[in-house]
Design a protein around this ligand. Structure first.
Ligand code: FEO
Length: 623
């Protein structure tokens, strides 16, 4: 039975998923499966973008037959000849004898190498800049050699602004009913697999990916359709930004990845102690036993982190086998721009340190720290100083200079300590405005109060706003990608803050009052009173900030309502919010500084959530 997904009115996903594959390309485990994406455009002409792996070609042909609905197939565009996308080409030509294969010359050579049918007689050769008109759509061909193979070609549909991106922007992981990246929490659930896919499949070809990104920056892209993983129609810039980092071998995070090969646990012991010391010095660390963790995961981590430590036992007068394989793999994947430290173990003829250093020093812009830590069989207490020296040497290479903490008597009211590094009073000195943030999904209107909106760019006009994840408005924006901001004024009565801030839209309709029907052109409500300006914005990215999501959005409409002064958070607390009465004899407790709710107790639970306004422990003050 067919299983297709509609992308636009005339574009359909006709690919298939494989969750039984043990090893992708025979080497990469895919515990969450993999999708092979193929797309059918049904214009005046019918156009298929690539086929699928032979393991799933029965489902693919069912999908294609259904999506064609009895029409002939006019064109097959072969963007990539790797058999996970081209295995079904020969059978396709037998099922659709009239199909013309659109490809470049390198693809034709590979078609003849992989298959035995007469490809030459049915190809339409294209090169960079060529176009194919299929009726309403114009398809533009963009060569992308070595992203991942030499024949790779992308297709840009300039009518609907869709880039069919071949292996670029793909990801491991089967599509579990969702087709678009914005239907899932991609950053939380799929980014690691996307990084593992990129670094292992395309990581070697950073220069070629950079060339492609430069080409892509010159065209308007509203949708990315890769050959693996999700289709992108929102927050495309976020994912492109990851590709910028990965392809330029720029670390995503400052911290240390420690990979160790240990036979009887002694090399592991040294790695653990180093990791503890680095953590004590405030440096993030991750650790991998290279005999246990698949190399593809460690390679992905090496692309993620700024500093790498390799610790290996000596084995057969060389590097321990799993570490040797990992480092060879990493060098083959062109790892660059990292600081590296080395730990070697050897009981009678230590060799692994020098050999690891030789391999890694061949990589571009790799700073291998001078002092290798040498272990003879097991670490001794006298060597703790050597580990400390290595930790210090690593810390010294981190970008942010470390400053001495201020102490009492230096004009500091509450000096930070390691037990209590954050004085919450300091956070209240930041200045904020206050806003009603509104969203709409299906027939539901909702809004909440937020206090963090900042303009961060003027071309395009871009803003950020932080929204608490437990708010309904947060989820609505996450799904719809659109919102309005009504900028509140100093004359706003407390009841507006109560109405939008101290109750949840999950339990009531905050817009049920008659007389407020105001909507902007995106269909979302705004506040016509107590507001001096209204902004409509479209989300282009987001960042997980723990309790909140920081939405990054482009302003699509803005208008002023009055000249009244915007309210600041400070003004609100001083002049609008009623002061809770603390009566003599009242019990000790903690007051929510947002809404005034009092938690009567000697201690404040760390996980407390205010029952009135949903703010956490950080917003409670002792009374
Ligand atoms: Fe999924 Fe390079 O192919």
């Amino acid at each position: 039975m067919y299983c297709t997904k509609k992308i636009t009115a005339d574009l359909t996903w006709v690919g298939a998923n494989d969750r039984r594959l043990a090893m992708f390309e025979g080497v990469y485990s895919v515990p969450y499966g993999v999708s092979y994406n193929a797309y059918l455009l049904t214009d005046d002409k019918t156009v298929l973008f690539d086929t699928v792996d032979k393991a799933v070609q029965d489902r693919f042909f069912e999908n294609l037959t259904h999506a064609l609905a009895g029409r002939p197939l006019d064109y097959l565009i072969v963007q990539h000849m790797e058999p996970d996308h081209s295995a079904a080409v020969q059978e396709l030509t037998q099922r659709y004898p009239g199909v013309q294969i659109v490809c470049n010359e390198k693809t034709l050579t590979l078609l003849n190498q992989f298959f035995g049918f007469d490809a030459d007689s049915r190809v339409l050769l294209v090169k960079e800049g060529d176009t194919l008109n299929t009726g309403r759509h114009t398809l533009n061909f963009v060569m992308a050699p070595m992203v991942h193979w030499p024949e790779v070609m992308l297709t840009y549909d300039s009518t609907d602004k869709i880039l069919f991106s071949a292996d670029a922007f793909g990801s491991f992981g089967a599509l579990n009913g969702a087709l678009f990246a914005d239907e899932v929490d991609f950053d939380r659930d799929y980014m690691d697999e996307a990084r593992r896919y990129y670094s292992n499949i395309v990581g070697k070809y950073g220069t070629q990916v950079q060339t492609l990104l430069k080409k892509a920056s010159g065209i308007e892209i509203e949708m990315l359709c890769p050959l693996h993983g999700f289709v992108w129609r929102k927050n495309i810039q976020n994912f492109v930004a990851k590709y910028q980092l990965w392809s330029s071998y720029t670390p995503e995070e400052q911290g240390v990845m420690i990979a160790y090969a240990s036979i009887y646990g002694n090399t592991e012991n040294a790695a653990e102690i180093l990791s503890c010391q680095l953590r004590d010095k405030g440096i993030k660390t991750v650790m991998f036993d290279v005999s246990v963790t698949p190399a593809s995961e460690i390679i992905a981590a090496a692309f993620q982190w700024s500093h790498l430590v390799f610790a290996s036992a000596t084995y057969n007068a060389g590097i321990f086998v799993t570490m040797e394989s990992l480092i060879s793999d990493l060098v083959a994947h062109n790892i660059q721009n990292r600081t590296v430290a080395i730990i070697e173990n050897g009981s009678w003829a230590p060799k692994s340190g020098g050999l690891m250093r030789d391999k890694l020093e061949k990589c571009k812009n790799i700073n291998v720290l001078d002092n290798t830590l040498h272990i003879k069989s097991s670490l001794k207490e006298s060597q703790l100083a050597d580990i400390s020296a290595m930790a210090d040497a690593i810390v010294a290479t981190f970008e942010s200079p470390r400053t001495n903490l201020p102490s009492e008597g230096e004009g500091v009211l509450n000096p930070p300590s390691s037990e209590n590094p954050i004085d919450l009073n300091t956070m209240t000195k930041l200045t904020y405005g206050l806003f009603v943030l509104t969203a709409q999904e299906s027939d539901k209107d909702n809004g909440c109060i937020i206090d963090t909106v900042i303009q961060v760019g003027d071309s395009p006009i871009r803003i950020t706003c932080g929204v608490r994840k437990i708010n309904l408005t947060h989820d609505m924006i996450h799904r719809t990608g659109e919102f309005n901001l009504s900028i509140l004024t100093e004359g706003t009565p407390f009841r507006i803050f109560e109405h939008f801030g101290l109750q949840s839209g999950k339990n009531l309709d905050k817009f049920s009052e008659a007389g407020n029907e105001s909507r902007t052109s995106n269909g979302i409500r705004y506040l016509p009173q107590h507001t001096n300006g209204v902004i409509s914005a479209k989300v282009v990215g987001s960042h997980d900030c723990g309790s909140h999501t920081l939405f990054i959005a482009d302003v699509v409409q803005a208008f002023s309502v009055s000249d009244e002064q915007s309210v600041s958070y400070h003004y609100y607390t001083e002049h609008i919010k009623p002061k809770p009465a603390i009566t003599p004899g009242s019990k000790p407790g903690f007051m929510c500084r947002i809404c005034g709710y009092v938690h009567e107790s000697d201690t404040l639970p760390a996980d407390i959530i205010c029952p009135l306004c949903n703010h956490g422990a950080a917003d409670f003050v002792a009374i």
